[in-house]
Design a protein around this ligand. Structure first.
Ligand code: NFE
Ligand code: MG
Length: 588
């Protein structure tokens, strides 16, 4: 029986460095897959011995995509350890910054990172712009621009790109691939919105510059936010919060909500309607194991489902009726394994470590039977270590995290923001809940998420205005700023529900310095290599069973892996540039 090997390395249109290796069976479907994080920087090691109040600025640099979320998890971890309570304004401002991050990140993912798996930009050249205008006016009557002249202009720009042979951002797509199903007019629509989404990003992140000084990597502060509130000031962006900047943020929030409702959501529905089979492919472990840490605490300093807009919980073995409580400090719940990861544990690699006891000692050795050089391997095996990503587990289970997990958790718990939206979308697409456990389920779940966060942006601006108008201008609690006020030894956890899923930072403080720091990140969960028992992760399981139309151009692998919105920079806590080459190796 012949077996075809497929290697996608690096897998691009993600953050960081990911290699995916798959075996294609004689039935044309993927029979095995391996996910490898191919670089490591060791942020956790850099933090040892540092001032805990500085940690946020270091870990924020883990990633420029989910910008700010690691800083948020870090200040929460240190505040939890020391016992610092943040004031109401700080809670609202952090929520507003995070809702802004989500909205920007999800829109960017759909258009800039994922859309080209479904959209054939080159086919848009053959579209009739009048047809595109008619589709635009039908699926989203309020969105402008929507004229035939506008779409003809976009098409002209595209033609110029193609004529010069400089496809720039549209280089290296699988143009003309038989798995591409959108008609030219829809391809032109999506391409126009790809360009509109670039303007959207630039506009929306201005909220970060107002509240956190800049983007990417806005500023955070242990104890609150470093954002001066002064309603008697009249300056514009850069002077912190006053009537001018508040009203500016209100306008941005309105624009964000409008773009999400009138462009992103209709486009997801339109694209999905041409690819119904992708609601049956790519589910992996999502129908079994899902984990959420929750986000958007509406009651300051309270982390439970009474306070959190996005709920917290774990679903195991598909038991939606029994959402289990999550306690990240319980050493029996979260453990990281390194049997298949390029790390070594002082006490032996055969047992998992809770992050408070976590270690990050690198150990780069190729697995048994690997082919190629140490510095340029061609084929990896699961007989040993094969990734810079650790394998975290919750109560012994590999878990999927992210938008799909949040939507299903929300449905299981009856959380209205998720349940109502999910039910309405599934009804409109005429799909059962099980359709969520798929590649397009993940993509649709992200759109539901974004609808929630775009609405939250406006709500948090209003909350902030109301609270400040009521006379509260306090942005930080500095009572425990001085290390002399801290316990000699303490530990803390900072949880977040990041755009890509459950995020946790764990800190151990001794004598005012960091004795240990461990981050367990969304893509660490999803992109993990096999665990100590050989169980496969969300990425690895999601590819199995996928039919591949053309093994030389495995767009199907990109569709499913991109549906997770991978961030390997986060997963292996590294930070570097992407490559562009895609290779395939065949063997008998
Ligand atoms: Ni670098 Fe991140 C998000 C975090 S994911 S993108 O969302 O945390 O692994
Ligand atoms: Mg880690």
């Amino acid at each position: 029986m012949s077996e075809t090997r497929i290697v996608v390395d690096p897998l691009t249109r993600i953050e960081g460095h990911l290699r995916v290796q798959a075996v294609l069976g004689s039935d044309g479907k993927i029979s095995d897959a391996m996910s490898t994080g191919t670089m490591w920087r060791g942020l956790e090691v850099i933090l040892k011995g540092r001032d805990p109040r500085d940690a946020w600025a270091f870990v924020e640099r883990i990633c420029g995509v989910c910008t700010g979320i690691h800083a948020l998890a870090a200040v929460r971890a240190v505040e939890d350890a020391i016992g610092i309570k943040i004031p109401k304004n700080a809670n609202i401002i952090r929520n507003l910054m995070n809702a802004t991050l989500y909205t920007q990140d999800h829109v960017t993912h759909f258009y800039q990172l994922h859309a080209l798996d479904w959209v054939d930009v080159v086919s848009a050249l053959n579209a009739d712009p009048r047809e595109t205008a008619a589709i635009q006016q039908k699926i989203s009557p309020n969105h402008v621009p929507s004229s035939a002249a506008y779409f003809a202009d976009v098409q002209r720009t595209l033609k110029e790109f193609v004529a010069t042979g400089q496809l720039s951002i549209f280089k290296n797509g699988y143009w003309g691939h038989p798995a591409m199903k959108l008609p030219p007019a829809v391809n032109l629509l999506a391409t126009a919105h790809y360009l509109e989404a670039l303007d959207f990003q630039r506009e929306v992140i201005k909220i970060h510059t107002i509240l956190g000084g800049k983007n990417p990597h806005p500023n955070y502060l242990v104890g609150g936010v470093p954002c001066p509130i002064n309603m008697s000031d009249t300056g514009s962006a850069g002077n912190g919060l006053n009537a001018t900047t508040m009203s500016y943020m209100k306008d941005i929030a309105k624009y964000a909500k409008k773009f999400v409702e009138e462009v992103y959501i209709p486009d997801v529905k339109a694209v999905a309607s041409f690819y119904p089979e992708w609601f049956k492919i790519g589910g992996g472990i999502s129908s079994k194991n899902l984990l959420c840490f929750g986000e958007f605490p509406e009651i300051p300093n309270q982390w439970d489902n009474k306070s959190l807009v996005m709920p917290m919980g774990a679903i195991v073995d598909g038991d939606l009726k029994n959402v289990q409580p999550v306690d990240p400090k319980d050493p029996k719940q979260i453990q990281e394994f390194v049997d298949h990861s390029w790390f070594k544990y002082a006490g032996g690699d055969d047992k998992g470590l809770h992050p408070f006891e976590g270690e990050s000692q690198p150990n780069y050795v190729l697995p048994e039977g690997a082919e190629g050089e140490r510095t340029k391997f061609k084929w990896l095996t699961a007989k040993g270590k094969y990734s810079w990503v650790k394998a975290p587990k919750w109560r012994g289970h590999m878990m999927e995290v992210g938008p799909l997990a949040r939507v299903v958790m929300g449905v299981a718990l009856g959380t209205p923001v998720y349940k109502d939206r999910a039910e309405a979308l599934l009804k409109e697409l005429n799909l059962p809940l099980e359709a969520m456990f798929s590649t397009l389920g993940r993509t649709a779940a992200r759109a539901i998420d974004c609808d929630i966060t775009a609405n939250l942006m406006g709500k948090y601006v209003d909350d902030l205005i109301a609270n400040v108008k009521a006379g509260d201008e306090v942005a930080a609690n500095m009572e425990k700023w001085e290390p002399s006020t801290w316990p000699k030894e303490c530990k803390g956890v900072g949880l977040c529900e990041a755009p890509r899923g459950a995020l946790s930072h764990f800190c151990v403080i001794k004598d005012g310095k960091l004795a240990n720091w461990q981050a367990v990140v969304p893509t660490t969960w999803n992109a993990a290599p096999r665990d100590n028992a050989g169980q496969k992760s969300a990425f690895e399981t999601s590819l199995i069973g996928t039919p591949i139309a053309d093994p030389k151009r495995p767009v199907e692998i990109l569709r499913t892996i991109h549906s997770f919105d991978p961030c390997l920079a986060c997963a292996s806590h590294l930070f570097d540039a992407n490559g562009t080459e895609i290779t395939k190796v065949d063997s008998e």
